[in-house]
Write a protein that binds this ligand. Structure first.
Ligand code: ATP
Ligand code: MG
Length: 314
């Protein structure tokens, strides 16, 4: 089953009579399978938060619609299966972390005993057990972010939607949050989150989508998003003295134990380097395809889109 299905979604902002309307979401269609970690990517202003708010029924679209677990986003039963972390969470600063989480549990109609038990469990999970009785006003940015994630999990949701869950966290905190999201997936949950930290996204996401100016540019598993960057040919039996001669063929040469790796851009380069290896009395040991990082793929996609938008507007 799809956890999320979005079809032909359109959202414009601006005054009713104004001619200057911002097309925040422009005919977006996207589906997210259950039990995945899904990365929802796009530069600032791409329309991610707007789409997330539509998924939560907080913003009404101008056209199209979205469903969660095959039910309308405004369906009460389905709302109870969603956990949400907003992009700039705000808290009742005079409460302690523990009181705040328990209060969120109250809003979700969890009985008193269970909501305090659940609050303690979640605070421990988010590394906030010791600070649980301190007032939120004394929390650091990272502690607030963890509290926000704990709050999103209070109702033991099947779908967790997080708007930039790792922003403001130090590398240690990011690693912890990543592990929590991975654990949620192994419990059978679906995680849908936006982020600008693409190395983290690449590490843990099953699928990602890339948006720009409200439009979907690409969606799929990492293997379809990351383009091939070239080929590396590993060879044994090559004398270091002969490497100079490969300079004009390979764009990069790396040492790997007792063998050398030669990076080439295309099939022509591959043939040329194979010929060189043979000529030097060496042997081809392994040929690997090099892939872009998610950050490289993202920047390439956005640059291509910006270029074609410029050309279209000429
Ligand atoms: N309430 C609003 N009123 C007017 N314009 C809005 C409103 N909310 C969003 N926008 C505009 O819609 C566009 C998309 O914004 P959105 O917040 O969805 O982007 P985003 O992808 O979440 O960006 P970021 O990465 O910066 O969080 C932007 O141009 C933004 O200025
Ligand atoms: Mg946003």
């Amino acid at each position: 089953m799809d956890a999320i299905r979005i079809e032909g979604l359109v959202k414009k902002f601006g005054w009713f009579f104004s001619r200057r309307k911002i097309l925040a979401v422009n005919n977006l269609s996207l589906s997210v399978e259950e039990n995945q970690i899904f990365g929802f990517l796009g530069p600032n202003g791409a329309g991610k938060t707007t789409t997330i708010k539509i998924l939560l029924g907080l913003v009404i679209p101008d056209a199209g619609g979205a469903s969660i677990f095959n039910a309308d986003v405004n369906d009460k039963a389905v709302k109870g299966r969603i956990g949400f972390l907003p992009d700039n969470p705000s808290f009742y600063n005079h409460l302690s972390g523990r009181e705040f989480i328990a209060f969120c549990g109250k809003l979700m109609h969890i009985d008193r005993m269970n909501r305090y038990r659940r609050a303690d469990e979640l605070l421990a999970k988010m590394g906030l057990a010791e600070a649980g009785d301190d007032k939120i006003e004394g929390y650091s940015r990272g502690m607030m972010q963890r509290l926000g994630i704990a709050q999103a999990l209070i109702n033991n949701p099947d779908l967790i939607i997080l708007d930039e869950p790792v922003s403001g966290l130090d590398p240690l905190g990011r690693r912890e949050v990543k592990q929590i999201l991975i654990d949620l997936r192994s419990e059978g949950k679906t995680v849908f989150f936006s982020s600008h930290i693409l190395a983290d996204v690449q590490e843990m996401c099953d699928e990602v989508s890339i948006m720009n100016h409200g439009r979907l540019l690409q969606k799929g598993p990492m293997s379809t998003i990351l383009g091939a960057k070239g080929t590396r040919v590993y060879a044994t039996g090559i004398s270091p003295d002969s490497l100079d001669k490969a300079d004009s063929i390979a764009r990069n040469i790396v040492k790997d134990g007792s063998r050398w790796g030669f990076d080439v851009a295309d099939a022509k380069g591959k043939d040329a380097i194979k010929a060189f290896i043979q000529q030097q009395g060496g042997q081809v040991d392994e040929i690997t395809t090099q892939r872009e990082t998610l950050e490289e793929a993202f920047l390439r996609k956005i640059e291509e889109d910006e270029k074609s938008r410029k050309e279209d507007s000429k």
